[in-house]
Ligand binder design. Structure first.
Ligand SMILES: [Zn+2]
Length: 255
């Protein structure tokens, strides 16, 4: 993986800002903590998308301690409510077209309150919808509840949104399933070239629950090799969202 990435990074025409978003905090706690050990050791920030209804007291205490000890390296935001599917047919979604805005608003507010009960003011005001997709109404619902940004897959992002968006580009687990480390590396190279060209941040999505030891070791090796590469600027979502101009979110262009 590193053999492919380093020459590609060296050849990039411009630097790229990168963030890592790990989904489904609340499931597979041991694997989540192993991932946090890897990213914190590498000194690279990670944003956890946490399922409010799945978090328990032990994980909450661990997350509070890690955030307080390293607030620039570990952050948490909301990932749905229960991570349940409400669509009767078609692709799974917790906040898809099957339910109206009022039902969505109720679940998100409940989830938000639950997450704040566990983590207090440490919860970041962004939202990642389960399965990376949501109805067209959801950005407006989130904005009405005080959320400040939305993160989903770049391909799911509409031309206009009621909220700034910080999409992910590379789904580590999907590429790993398809072709292991080589497939992940190839997807990263492709995304790095695209983001170096358009200047938008690159989002790398992880699912710690799917990462066996071999996969985690591969990520650790990658971070050790490229965490300080001059063409990469690893940043947390909070730093990116506070520093980018609105036009860089790829939401509606200002007129
Ligand atoms: Zn998820």
């Amino acid at each position: 993986m590193v053999d492919l990435l380093i020459p590609a990074l060296d050849a990039l025409p411009a630097g790229v800002q990168v963030f890592m978003r790990d989904d489904d905090a609340g499931w597979e706690d041991a694997r989540l903590l192993a991932l946090l050990d890897v990213t914190q050791r590498a000194g690279v920030p990670i944003d956890l998308a946490a399922i409010p209804a799945a978090i328990g007291p032990a994980l909450a205490a661990e997350l509070r301690a890690r955030i307080d000890a390293a607030p620039d390296l570990v952050a948490v935001h909301q990932h749905g409510f229960t991570h349940g599917n409400h669509e009767a047919a078609g692709r799974k979604s917790e906040f898809g077209a099957a339910r109206d805005a009022a039902a969505q608003r109720k679940d998100i507010a409940l989830g938000r309150a639950l997450l704040e009960d566990w983590l207090g003011a440490r919860v970041q005001p962004w939202f990642t919808p389960p399965w990376n997709r949501c109805s067209a109404a959801l950005p407006g619902v989130l904005a009405g509840l005080g959320f400040e940004a939305l993160s989903r897959d770049r391909s799911a992002q509409p031309a206009q949104s009621a909220l700034p968006e910080l999409p992910v580009d590379v789904d580590w687990s999907r590429h790993w399933r398809e072709g292991g480390a080589a497939a992940v590396a190839s997807a990263l190279v492709q995304a790095l070239r695209a983001r170096a060209a358009d200047g938008a941040p690159l989002g790398l999505m992880l699912h710690h629950g799917a990462m066996a030891r071999e996969e985690l070791d591969c990520l650790a090796g990658l971070l050790a090799a490229v965490a300080r590469h001059p063409r990469l600027n690893w940043r947390g979502m909070r730093a990116l969202l506070s520093s980018l101009a609105p036009c860089e979110f790829h939401c509606a262009p200002a007129v």
